[in-house]
Design a binder for this molecule. Structure first.
Ligand SMILES: [Zn+2]
Length: 205
């Protein structure tokens, strides 16, 4: 190939996107937990019969005891005490909305009255108001719950002198799954494709 030919050579780049809507099976444990959020605005943990550890979000086996099934279910209420928090001040594109989330915003770990910890957003994200030991209550999405952790919008601080509500004795069995519970997922990949010489020459004509 001559220098002149190289200079005149043209490459064709095609932009392609693979866009596959999909749903992810939540599995038995997480499915039961998410169903209770959606249908009853209740938070359940499951419990290891060996070490007593409770988990929100429930998992099939205890990670501490390794191979012990978490068979017991414990209702947690939707209030608890703040045990840890972090405040973020950097701009953040929210993965669920695609929009920039206003700063600051805060995440916290709350020890629910039933004994399990839950991680969630806490409001207000004010360092002067965020105090370990203060009480927080779940604020639920009232309409359009889909069985997702964000059916709880966030946890909101309640008055510091508010007494802890006694946990109502569970009046029903933990949720059962009659059909698989799935979560929305997305697989979207945009890429550039350079056809080999022969197809490219064909496409340029
Ligand atoms: Zn255990």
């Amino acid at each position: 190939m001559t220098a002149a030919n190289k200079k005149d050579q043209e490459y064709l780049i095609l932009d392609n996107t693979v866009d596959l809507p999909l749903r992810l099976d939540a599995g038995e444990c997480e499915g039961r937990f998410l169903k209770a959020l959606r249908d009853e605005k209740r938070i359940w943990a499951n419990k290891c019969p060996k070490c007593g550890r409770q988990l929100v979000v429930p998992r099939p086996v205890c990670a501490h005891c390794y191979d012990v099934e978490m068979t017991e279910w414990v209702e947690q209420g939707d209030e608890g005490v703040l045990e840890h928090f972090s405040i973020s001040y950097y701009p953040f594109v929210h993965p669920r909305t695609g929009k920039i989330k206003p700063v600051p915003w805060a995440n916290g770990i709350i020890r629910l009255d039933g004994g399990a910890q839950i991680w969630h957003e806490v409001v207000p994200p004010d360092p002067a108001q965020l105090k370990i030991g203060d009480r927080y209550k779940a604020v639920w999405k009232e309409e359009g719950r889909t069985g997702f952790i964000w059916d709880i919008l966030h946890f909101e601080k309640v008055a510091s002198d508010a007494p802890a509500k006694a946990l109502a004795k569970a009046d029903k069995e933990p949720p059962q799954l009659k059909e698989p519970h799935s979560l929305p997922g997305m697989l979207k990949v945009t890429y550039h494709h350079a056809p080999v010489t022969l197809p490219a020459g064909f496409l340029l004509q």
